[in-house]
Design a protein around this ligand. Structure first.
Ligand SMILES: [Zn+2]
Ligand SMILES: [Zn+2]
Length: 268
């Protein structure tokens, strides 16, 4: 790995992260805000489309974050070179079940890291400096996925060194975790609720976090601190008090609208 210069590594990490961001957020944008904008409008959590200046701001902040992520990525590679981490390159060094389990544990670790650091960033002494930038989006789009201040970008990126310091993890497993992270981050900011209305009547509601949950966080800044899962918010009683009602409103509004259009089609 030493044959690569630091600048080459920094550039490569930036380019790969930017491509991942553009692909995931770009597809979500194309589907929700271009191709199916009218068809899905009844599933739009906040019944309003964002202004283009908001989208430009979200993209600009996200691109700045990509460079900060690359900086933290480079620092993590230095730590790997010095043998401070548990990253392993020989895939057979651990059994295959560990390869998959290490991804699952990293996802749970990240969810916990995110919940508690996010709650901390809402402290009045930290909010302005760290987290206000992300909350400039009150009606976020997929492009807001990385829209952080430089300080928050470092806090968010801390999961990279944390995971490799705490767990034996293969670089490919870590890459798969990064794909999961990007996918859920984009879904959480997409502005549309994709889950079935049945979710709030099933025990899965304790587990799965929804785009409605995060959209409400952007809208009111009260509660809903979770990322992938909802159990920390449930356990610490930090879900917004109207969360389940809002989810039901958004998802049954969808059904009512769909039925209405069906009836109109039959009548005509
Ligand atoms: Zn927040
Ligand atoms: Zn957000």
């Amino acid at each position: 790995m030493n044959q690569f210069s630091d600048l080459t590594l920094f550039t490569s990490i930036s380019v790969v992260t930017a491509i991942r961001y553009l692909i995931f957020a770009g597809i979500a944008w194309l589907l929700g805000y271009v191709i199916f904008r009218d068809k899905w409008l009844h599933r739009k959590i906040v019944q309003k489309l964002p202004a283009s200046k908001d989208v430009r701001r979200e993209m600009a902040h996200s691109f700045r974050t990509i460079f900060i992520f690359a900086g933290v990525g480079l620092a993590t590679i230095w730590a790997v070179r010095r043998g401070w981490t548990q990253l392993y390159h020989d895939i057979h060094a651990y059994p295959m079940w560990w390869f998959w389990l290490s991804i699952v544990i990293t996802i749970f670790l990240h969810d916990t890291w995110f919940y508690w650091s996010h709650r901390l960033l809402h402290h009045r002494r930290l909010f302005r400096l760290f987290h206000r930038t992300h909350h400039l989006s009150t009606n976020p789009t997929p492009w807001a996925a990385f829209a952080f201040s430089p300080g928050e970008a470092v806090v968010q990126a801390a999961i990279f060194p944390l995971a490799v310091l705490l767990l034996p993890i293969h670089p490919f497993a870590f890459g798969l975790f990064l794909m999961w992270q990007m996918f859920f981050n984009v879904i959480g900011h997409t502005g549309y609720e994709y889950n079935s209305s049945r979710l709030m009547r099933s025990p899965l509601r304790y587990f799965i976090n929804t785009p409605t949950n995060h959209a409400m966080h952007h809208e009111s800044m009260q509660g809903n601190f979770g990322l992938y899962f909802n159990f920390w918010d449930r356990l610490m009683r930090t879900n917004h008090r109207d969360y389940e009602a809002r989810f039901t409103e958004v998802t049954t509004r969808a059904r009512a609208a769909a039925e209405e259009s069906e009836t109109t089609q039959i009548k005509s």
